[in-house]
Ligand binder design. Structure first.
Ligand SMILES: NC(=O)c1ccc[n+]([C@@H]2O[C@H](COP(=O)([O-])OP(=O)(O)OC[C@H]3O[C@@H](n4cnc5c(N)ncnc54)[C@H](OP(=O)(O)O)[C@@H]3O)[C@@H](O)[C@H]2O)c1
Length: 330
C-alpha cells in the first residue's frame, strides 16, 4: 500500500539559526497508536520553547529527553489547533471532525499525532489561528497565576514580560482573578499591555518597578534578567515570586543559577520564591476554554506565517520583535 505523505517542517541536527536547521519536506504522515489521535493541523504556534528544542539549549534539556546528540523529534512545533482526522481504538474523548487544540510533538506539519490527555475541544469563539496561539503560553500563565502565585481578588500583581507569549495571557488571567495588575514591557509594547487590560504599565527602559511605594503580593517574571534581590525588593514581606523563565545566553544553565538560589533562599525568608515547569494537560486546556469563551481571555496574535516560513517566525521571536504570539497557518 502506498504511504500517505504530508508537508512538514523537519530538522536533522540541533542548531540555533532556524533558517539553517529547518526545512520544508514531504514526509510520511504519522501513524497513531490505540490511545492516540491523528489531528489534521490547521494552525500551530511558536514560543521560546520552540527555539530551545530546535537549538538543544541550554544543554540540560537534551538530557531531559529531547535527544542527546540530535533532536528526538524531527519537528520542533508543539502547539496546534485542528480537526480530528481519526482516533485510536482506546480513545473515547474525541471523534473524527471534532475541532481541538492542545500540544503534541511535531505540530509544524499537515498532520500530527497527539494524546487525549493533551488535547481539548477548541474554544468555540476562536479561529484555528487564534486557538493555536493558546496552549503552552496560556497553560504556563494559568498555572503561574493560579497555582504558583495563588493570586486572589484585590491583590497587586506584577507581570514582567507582559508583552510576551506567556505575559500577554498572564495579564488577562490575573485580571480575570480580580487582581490589580501592573505589566512591565519595553516602550514599543506599552500600548499592547494596556490594551490587554493592565491597570498600570511600567516601561522598563524608563522606570524601575522596584522604585517608589508600590509593593506586590505576587510577581511573575518571564523576562528573566533581574537579580533576586531586586525582585524581592518589589515584593511584600509575604509575597510570592514565580520565576517562569528568561532568555539568558547561558548555554549550560540558561538562568537555572537564579532558580537554584531562589529555591535555597525561599525556606529562610518570609517571601515565597519559586519556579515551576508548566504542565500540558486537558483539564487546564478546558479551564482556559471557559475563560476564553467567557470573554475574559483572548490570545494576542501578532503575525501569522505560512508553514514554509516557520523559520522566519522563530527568527522574529528570537530577535525580540513579537508582540504577543506568532502563528503558523498550515
Ligand atoms: N516554566 C515554564 O514551564 C515555561 C513555559 C513557557 C515559557 N517559559 C519561559 O518563559 C520565558 C518567556 O517565554 P515567552 O514565550 O513568553 O517569551 P516571549 O514571547 O519572547 O516573551 C518574553 C518577554 O520578555 C520581555 N523582556 C525581554 N527583555 C526584558 C527585560 N530586560 N526586562 C523585562 N522584560 C523583558 C520581552 O518584552 P519586551 O519585548 O517588551 O522587552 C518579551 O515580551 C522564556 O524564557 C521561556 O523559555 C517557561
Amino acid at each position: 500500500m502506498a504511504v500517505e505523505t504530508m508537508r512538514a517542517i523537519v530538522q536533522d541536527d540541533y542548531g540555533s539559526a532556524p533558517e539553517e536547521v529547518l526545512r520544508l519536506a514531504e514526509v510520511a504522515r504519522p501513524t497513531i497508536g490505540d490511545d492516540e489521535i491523528l489531528v489534521h493541523v490547521r494552525a500551530a504556534s511558536v514560543d521560546r520553547g520552540t527555539w530551545h528544542i530546535m537549538a538543544g539549549l541550554p544543554y540540560p534539556i537534551r538530557v531531559a529527553g529531547f535527544g542527546l546528540r540530535r533532536p528526538k523529534s524531527l519537528n520542533p512545533g508543539r502547539c496546534l489547533a485542528g480537526t480530528v482526522e481519526s482516533v485510536g481504538k482506546k480513545v473515547t474523548e474525541f471523534k473524527p471532525g471534532d475541532e481541538v487544540y492542545g500540544t503534541c510533538e511535531g505540530s509544524f506539519a499537515e498532520y500530527a499525532s497527539a494524546r487525549a490527555g493533551r488535547l481539548a475541544l477548541k474554544p468555540a469563539n476562536l479561529s484555528f489561528e487564534q486557538a493555536a496561539a493558546v496552549p503552552i503560553s496560556a497553560l504556563t500563565a494559568l498555572q503561574g497565576v493560579r497555582d504558583q502565585a495563588q493570586v486572589q481578588a484585590g491583590q497587586r500583581v506584577l507581570i514582567i514580560g507582559a508583552s510576551g507569549g506567556v505575559g500577554t495571557f498572564a495579564v488577562q488571567i490575573a485580571k480575570a482573578f480580580g487582581a490589580e495588575v501592573t505589566g512591565v514591557s519595553s516602550t514599543a509594547k506599552v500600548d499592547l499591555v494596556r490594551a490587554l487590560g493592565a491597570d498600570h504599565v511600567v516601561d522598563y527602559t524608563r522606570d524601575d518597578f522596584a522604585d517608589g511605594e508600590h509593593r506586590y503580593d505576587a510577581i511573575l517574571d518571564t523576562g528573566g534578567n533581574r537579580r533576586l534581590s531586586h525582585l524581592r525588593r518589589a515584593l511584600t514581606p509575604r509575597g510570592r515570586l514565580v520565576l517562569v523563565g528568561g532568555e539568558t545566553d547561558g548555554r549550560w544553565l540558561g538562568g537555572m543559577d537564579r532558580v537554584l538560589r531562589a529555591k535555597l533562599l525561599s525556606p529562610l525568608v518570609s517571601q515565597k520564591l519559586g519556579t515551576f515547569i508548566g504542565s500540558e494537560n486537558a483539564k487546564d486546556l478546558a479551564a482556559l476554554r471557559e475563560l476564553v469563551e467567557a470573554g475574559k481571555v483572548a490570545p494576542a496574535v501578532d503575525r501569522t506565517y505560512p508553514l514554509s516560513e516557520a523559520p522566519a517566525a522563530i527568527r522574529y521571536l528570537q530577535d525580540g520583535h513579537a508582540r504577543g504570539k506568532l502563528v503558523i497557518t498550515v
